[in-house]
Design a protein. Sequence first.
Length: 493
Amino acid sequence: MQGLFQETGPCEVVQLSNNKIGTIPREWGWDRSSHMLYIDQPAQVGFSYDTLKEASLDFLTGNFISPPIDPPASRSQTFRKGIFSSNDAEMTASTTEDSSESNFGICYKARQGVAEVNLFAESYGGKYGPAFAAHFHKQNEKRERGEISRCKSVDIKVKTLGILQGYIDDLVQNPYFSLFAYNNTYGLRVMSLDDVKASHKKFHQPGGCKDKVKACRESVRLHDPENAGDVSIVNTACVQATIACNGELSSVYLKHKVFSTPVPPLTYLEYLNMPEVQSANGSRVNFTESSSTVFDAFLNAGDYSRGEYTSTLASLLDSGVRVALIYGDRDYICNWFGGQAASFAIAAASRSSSPSYIANFNSAGYAPLIVNTSYTGGVVRQFANLSFARIYDAGHFIPYYQPEAVFKLFTRIIEGKNPSTGESIPNISAFQTKGDANSTKTNSLPAQARPTCYLRKAQDTCSPDQIEKMKAGKGYVINGIWHENKRERAIQG
């Protein structure tokens, strides 16, 4: 629902008055160019569930309290009673590959009359996207060989795979965390050159991130080739890799809040939990955007380090799937330096000789992303069916920050048109963008926006001081936003 309400859906949720929220049309919703299907997954996330359970959710910790225990009376505004999933880790997916199977079933049921699908994923979607597309492709091959009944199945052909701000592969992208923190196009430096050198040494040293990821993947290959996440020695190896690769990243990210951008409005979290909205959409559970149970299940299986998705993307590319990587240049956690490196790695892993990606993608230039007569929204490199775009002044949730630019790029990608201009391409296998070899445009960071404390996302949007005041029963909540006093409410509008 994050993508639907914050970024690309037909509507967005806004405050209509001091005590009322509702929806308004989104000008650059992607439904203008395509039918859209948004999926809450894995089970126990969003509106998806396994079994129903009555409980009270503590917004400040994300924990649940089940009857007969009641929330403390002094914390009435920071708890909500409702119906939720079981929160049983055994009843949800623990790996990306595990999630692929359930998503295939969802898409199979929704696909009636659709010849092809364009699959777009964001952030962790750098893993989800290629895994799901590859799973669909494998099911199609099984159907072709007669291993799946043709009468009881249909082809789900992925025409385009788009990845927005995706984290695809540690081995490719991890070294760019420190590089981006030291030398980026905003002139913001939060690491010294010595820190960068130390980070790279740590990545490459024996037993470091690089070695542990390789050990994890070798263990998967030998002992858990289906990536089910149920083999303890594999899970241990992959958890160790995740810890080795993420420790330094987390400390830099949390300490500096690098490129901190305004959080897209989270008003939809309150909207989706309104009784009239839940009744209208037939939901049987309260909406929870994320689940600590699912997070822990993936973490304990070491899913983060398991997949070698650059090679998966290359295989999809070689099979004729259009692969598009889209990155905003104001995000650190999935920065565009690493995304660009991933695009080169995909080209290098391609086995196609006609067209040859390894030579022709690397030699393609960056063409301007022409949005309208007065604005260029970024640059894009493309050869044949592989493209990489840098979107100017966009944070992690790219379509929120640059809605028109990303909408037009999305439309051009799925229609197979020139990503720079929107013009038709006579021969896609020979198409190559022209321009500079590198994207060097520099930007200036704007002033920090005043943060908003959303009750249902308190751990991410509220300060420690605000959380302590909420624990003490201070302040008040309007339309899902916590305010310390009326003066603050007036300032925030």
